[in-house]
Design a protein around this ligand. Structure first.
Ligand code: HEC
Length: 210
């Protein structure tokens, strides 16, 4: 066993730990515990160099030369691009005042598909009503009571705006105007079907539709 005295070299040459062959660091001694000047592993060093190079590229690329946009810029870029796309799209004019239920089989089939995918959970497979109201009777919550009629316009607005307090969200972004017209037209085919387990009437009775 070596002791400390053997390691204290007289002429100030670096002291070497005989077990690891590493140099002792001067001035780093605490309670007899001394620190060795260990060599960092190569892989660690290279990783460190890579981070330095990365930080330089990052600094120049994002902050000095503007090679890539910062997050905020990226956001405004995308919003501008989206606005351009929207502008380029033909505006679909929705004539709510004169909207009538569609009767073509393809429209009703498309409406049924939308209904079964989205609306069925609340309005029931046969329109009998669950969370949402019964669609098979003449009672409607969103009718035009002034003119004593229910129209596509009122129902369309329910789908567009939703009734958040009652649990129905707005489908403005999920469905196009024509899709809303299709699904509403399909819903109206439930009228008078009298399915089992109907929900009690809600709203008021309307005699006219349209
Ligand atoms: C999460 C449940 C839920 C879903 C999903 C849902 N609704 Fe509703 N819907 C409701 C509720 C609740 C009401 C009643 C709102 C009120 O009390 O004003 C309602 C009301 C309506 C009304 C008006 C009924 C009336 O009596 O005036 C229409 C039309 C309607 N929904 C269509 C749809 C369509 C079309 C879909 C699918 C695209 C849909 N709903 C999906 C819950 C839902």
């Amino acid at each position: 066993m070596s002791n400390t005295e053997e390691k204290n070299l007289p002429h100030g040459e670096p002291e070497i730990d005989e077990l690891t062959n590493d140099r002792y660091l001067g001035g780093h001694e605490y309670d007899g515990i001394r620190e060795l000047d260990n060599k960092l592993p190569q892989w660690w060093l290279y990783l460190f160099y890579v981070t330095i190079i990365f930080s330089l590229v990052y600094l120049v690329g994002y902050h000095l030369a503007d090679w890539w946009p910062l997050q905020e810029k990226e956001y405004t870029n995308e919003m501008t691009a989206m606005a351009d796309i929207k502008k380029a799209m033909p505006q679909i004019e929705v004539d709510l005042e004169n909207m009538v239920p569609l009767t073509a089989e393809t429209d009703l089939a498309a409406g049924q598909e939308i209904f079964n995918k989205i609306c069925v959970t609340c309005h029931g497979k046969f329109g009998e009503g669950l969370v949402g109201p019964n669609m098979t009777d003449m009672y409607w919550i969103h009718g035009d009571s002034t003119n004593n009629r229910v129209s596509m316009k009122e129902l369309y607005n329910v789908v567009i705006t939703g009734v958040i307090t009652k649990g129905m969200i707005s489908y403005k972004d999920q469905l196009s105007p024509i899709q809303i017209q299709q699904v509403l037209s399909f819903i109206l085919t439930f009228q008078g079907t009298n399915p089992a387990n109907q929900k009690a009437p809600q709203g008021r009775k309307y005699d006219t539709f349209g």
